[in-house]
Design a binder for this molecule. Structure first.
Ligand code: NAP
Length: 311
């Protein structure tokens, strides 16, 4: 939808106005997708910042106040909060409203929200595959979703019309939309996002624990590769704690595969099997080339980015 056609939704309520919530608010307002934006946030500081930045018209402490009369409700808090919030807002949801979310896991989100959705209200879960390691409303920006994927995972309460409405909204924010079953989403994201973050948290933690190599040496020589892991390892601890607690099965399955492959590499190093190492490293180099060719990365030094990244 464009400005000329009028806004797609009259009133949008963002529950949790952090990096993702404020980026949706900025992009939706800038592109004329909504006429009015309310939000809820638990701290007064966050509510004040969101109002001062002008990303929302009204900010409430309680989500039930923010969703009143809203035509679109977007959950943007850590996924562990979704069930409680869904139960709280359910009585205030307007007939005909569309409820969605941006959570990084999907099966658990459907299970947490869908049972609370009243008749006459639509629910379609979603996940923008874009983000940065920063948090809070000041970290958001309108271009965050440009040329990125937004995965929507329809479930029992999702009508075809609601899926189309959400698709149009995400496209309006700049993304391309792909539909997936919630469990499949969780498997795909386990390997493309969750395990990479776990590896990063682990390697940075290991370096921090080392006694033979000093912390100042780790920092001084970080350009050797370590610093690229530190960007992922700087991601929000609450958000990532919730991701691992709520995508347990898929993460453990992918972690088992990862460990087997790591053991194979360990064996190749131990036995001096240079051919095995060379073959593996050539295969992985080709994957990066494919990602660049698909427009999901730039070939520039420092990944072509100074501050932002993909989730
Ligand atoms: P964020 O910047 O930390 O913002 C989180 C928001 O949720 C803040 O408004 C915070 O309020 C509120 N909040 C936190 N804990 C809460 C609680 N227990 N009860 C009520 N509100 C609470 O986080 P974000 O990066 O935008 O992530 C939000 C969601 O987006 C998560 O579900 C995550 O899985 C998903 N996601 C993130 C990324 C990414 O790269 N960051 C990418 C795609 C999807 P206060 O500030 O007042 O505490």
């Amino acid at each position: 939808m464009t400005d000329k056609q009028g806004p797609q939704f009259r009133k949008m309520a963002i529950i949790g106005i952090g990096l993702i919530g404020s980026s949706i608010a900025r992009a939706a307002r800038q592109r004329g997708l909504v006429a009015e934006i309310t939000c809820s946030a638990r701290t007064q500081d966050t509510r004040r910042t969101a109002l001062e930045l002008g990303v929302v018209d009204e900010a409430f402490e309680h989500s039930i106040d923010a969703v009143k009369d809203a035509d679109l409700v977007v959950f943007c808090t850590p996924v562990g909060t979704y069930g409680t919030i869904a139960e709280e807002i359910a009585p205030a949801l307007k007939k005909g409203a569309l409820v969605t979310d941006v959570g990084s896991v999907k099966q658990m989100v459907v299970e947490a929200i869908e049972p609370h959705i009243p008749d006459g209200v639509d629910f379609v879960a979603g996940h923008p595959i874009s983000g940065t390691e920063k948090s809070g409303p000041a970290a958001g920006f309108a271009e965050l979703f440009d040329n990125r994927w937004w995965i929507v995972t329809p479930s029992k309460k999702s009508t075809e019309v609601a899926v189309q409405k959400l698709t149009a909204f995400c496209e309006g924010l700049g993304s391309s939309v792909e539909k997936m079953e919630p469990p499949h989403h969780d498997l795909v994201l386990a390997i493309t996002s969750h395990i990479p973050h776990l590896v990063a948290y682990n390697i940075v933690g290991t370096a921090d624990d080392l006694e033979e190599v000093t912390q100042s040496e780790v920092i001084k020589y970080s350009a050797g590769g370590f610093r690229d892991f530190t960007r992922l390892a700087a991601s929000d601890p609450t958000m990532w704690r919730d991701v691992f607690l709520h995508n347990k099965e898929a993460v453990l399955e992918m972690l088992a595969r990862f460990s087997e492959d790591l053991t194979a590499l360990q064996r190749a190093i131990r036995w001096g099997d240079g051919d095995a190492l060379f073959q593996m490293f050539s295969r992985t180099r080709a994957i990066r080339r494919q990602i660049i060719d698909a427009g999901q990365e730039t070939p520039e030094a420092n990944f072509g980015r100074s501050a932002s990244s993909d989730d």
